[in-house]
Write a new protein. Sequence first.
Length: 438
Amino acid sequence: MATRDLATDPKPGLSVAGVPSNPNYSSALAVVTTLFFMWGFLTCLNDILVPHLKSIFDLSYARVMLIQFAFFSAYFIFSVPWSRIVNVIGYHRTMVIGLLTMAVGSFLFLPAASAASFPLFLTALLVLAAGITGLQVAANPYVTLLGKPETASSRLDLTQAFNSLGTTIAPKIGGLLILTGAPLAVDELQRLAPQALHVYRVQEAASVKVPYAVIGVALVLLAVLIGAFNLPKIETARSRPGEKINDSIWKHPNLVLGALGIFAYVGAEVSIGSFLVNYFGLPEIAGLSAKSAAGYVSFYWGGAMVGRFLGAGLLRRFKPGNLLGLCAILAATLVTASMLLGGHTAMWTILAVGFFNSIMFPTIFSLAVAELGPLTGNGSGILNMAIVGGAILPVMQGVIADHLGIHHAFFLPVMCYVYILFYGLSGSKPNTERYSKS
């Protein structure tokens, strides 16, 4: 089959093979969009695992944040290997392998629950996140080519909205299925004999078995569906023979500072989401049970979904950097207000932060890769690795919470939003020196 040259497309060097000039990609886009929903759903289930495993294993906030550390460190560890896999076997097969890897991680929750082993839970999360990383590496660029180049951004924004749909419903469903019992208090756990304590942990951990077994089966079926579906073939980028780029990603401060922006944003978003259930359980905030609090977490992620739909239009009317800075100011203000206040006012102000988080990731990402030219692929890889902020900053906030309490530990996300404000207004300006070829 002849391969169409996409030299004029936003991603030079990529091509779709054997397709008509005006193909209808609706079916393919619908199939791939399910991937965005799935990894959003699974990522947000961590917010339910945090309070659940904390009570079962009597963990400190710092130790229970190893859940997010294990999950988000996968982005740093596996991004480069997955990009190499894409170059060898292509986007379509990488999606299938990523889904099967996720299924393996989901099924590992069964022995982890049977053994009531926190390290095995962390291993399952690492494997699950490794598969999600593969989907991120493959699906994002694939979606940009499923249609006209000028509508690539809107397609990607649409699929990310379904990702937010997954994050919105996951806390509610996870709370109903996983947070089923009333956990024993710390003093009650300490009075149990070792054998009785192990039996209790096995019984409580068993609530994750059915949800993650169903998820594992669904991922295998989805892998079969994706593998059997006749998706348009996309070839990976290749350098032209003899072409040498006299440039370096380190000469583009908007990329380097943007990677720190991604690090700060993901860290802030995950740090807030991870603590919400325990935060709402505080007597001075709302005094909710873990199951009731989990339902309110959906408002945090639902706000991000609504904001993403609205932001798509606003970003076409206002300068992205200025809009990013405004959202950062409002997010920092709301978090600060929640720390200074109490009761339901503190609860709803922290939940409202999700709305202003919505445009941050795609805006930082697009500003960071601006004017990178042929270095865009390498720049994207660095930004993907910077998602490791979701692994590191929640652990740091956990240490702070252990010493100062949850209510005042949120100053760390505030600092992240201050940096994002700087990036939006100043650090995102691209280097005016264009790359040169020799």
